[in-house]
Design a protein around this ligand. Structure first.
Ligand code: GLU
Length: 304
């Protein structure tokens, strides 16, 4: 495994076409695109890493997997009254579909869906309390109490999040946001601004590898049925309107973020985190996807 990861890092470091860093969040626009890291965490506790795998980056939309998990734990199937379970086929921040579908986002991983999920789990709490809950959940599943929120990224998103504000207000007009819109958005931006390294992220994904239990720590996080369903949503919806392309090229449940990270799950085999800040046109990590493609070719881990 270490040889495979070393080969991947060598190939990625030689790449001249690294995509574009997200520039609509000013704090992310300043990130050096010449970075690449990868970690493979196995259920037996072994961890293999190469490149900048210990450097924290903004996990952005990957956090939506964790908030969905939390929401399912708190309100169960009531989640599906607020968001759907279908791929959107539209960009991550699209407002068009919301009008046709009366303010109910297609799935929990597009921005509108994730904002609705934050509203669902706020349950009358202050945004700070909810954030503490999300952060402590992430620390628990990653088994790492040093994980924190990058306040500068959160403020940068707050200052420029006109599109997300529109989505949230639009949903509120349909009655699909119950709390104060600014409070919901504040919590959403902070959740997206959690900073994690590939090593921390791969650890956090381990519960999805082994039917809801992190076998390396022995902690059961969700039931096996729930883990299976979260994986299916990641497969169908985890890469926005690039989900079909990711399934075609990589063939694993995965979730990307505009910070350039991807968490991919090879069921019963491994949790994989990659990071390279340059994105393709859809907003998914360009080299991260290539690296996962190389990894599944070498390991045969595609689920297909
Ligand atoms: N915080 C980002 C936003 O709301 C998340 C988008 C992403 O990672 O795809 O635009």
């Amino acid at each position: 495994m270490q040889d495979i990861l070393n080969d991947i890092v060598k190939a990625m470091n030689a790449s001249t076409d690294r995509g574009q860093v997200a520039d609509y969040i000013p704090q992310l626009a300043a990130i050096d695109p010449n970075q690449f890291g990868i970690t493979v965490a196995l259920p037996d506790g072994q961890v293999f890493s190469a490149g900048c795998a210990q450097k924290p980056f903004s996990i952005q939309s990957i956090s939506k997997v964790f908030s969905l998990t939390l929401a399912l734990g708190k309100i169960g199937d009531a989640v599906w009254a607020k968001v759907g379970r279908e791929p959107s086929g539209d960009p991550f921040n699209s407002i068009v579909q919301l009008e046709h579908e009366h303010g109910k986002p297609r799935n929990p991983f597009i921005n509108a869906g994730a904002i609705a999920i934050v509203d669902a789990i706020m349950m009358g709490h202050e945004p700070k309390e909810l954030l503490a809950e999300i952060l402590s959940f992430v620390r628990y599943i990653a088994n790492d109490n040093s994980i924190s929120i990058d306040e500068k990224v959160a403020q940068s998103e707050l200052a420029t999040g006109h599109r997300n504000s529109s989505l949230a207000h639009f949903m509120a007009s349909f009655g699909n946001i119950e709390h104060d819109v600014d409070c919901v958005l504040g919590a959403y931006y902070h959740q997206c601004s959690i900073a994690m390294s590939c090593e921390q992220l791969a650890q956090a994904g381990l519960f999805l590898v082994s039917e809801g239990t992190n076998k390396s720590t022995g902690s059961r996080v969700v039931s096996s049925a729930r883990a299976r369903r979260i994986n299916s949503l990641m497969l169908m919806c985890g890469h926005y309107d690039g989900s079909g392309e990711f399934a075609y090229r990589v063939g694993l449940p995965g979730k990307s973020g505009v910070g350039g990270g991807i968490l991919a799950i090879a069921p019963n085999k491994a949790s994989i985190a990659v990071w390279s800040p340059g994105l393709d046109k859809i907003g998914n990590s360009k080299l991260g996807t290539q690296a996962l493609e190389m990894l599944v070719e070498r390991t045969g881990w595609s689920i297909f």
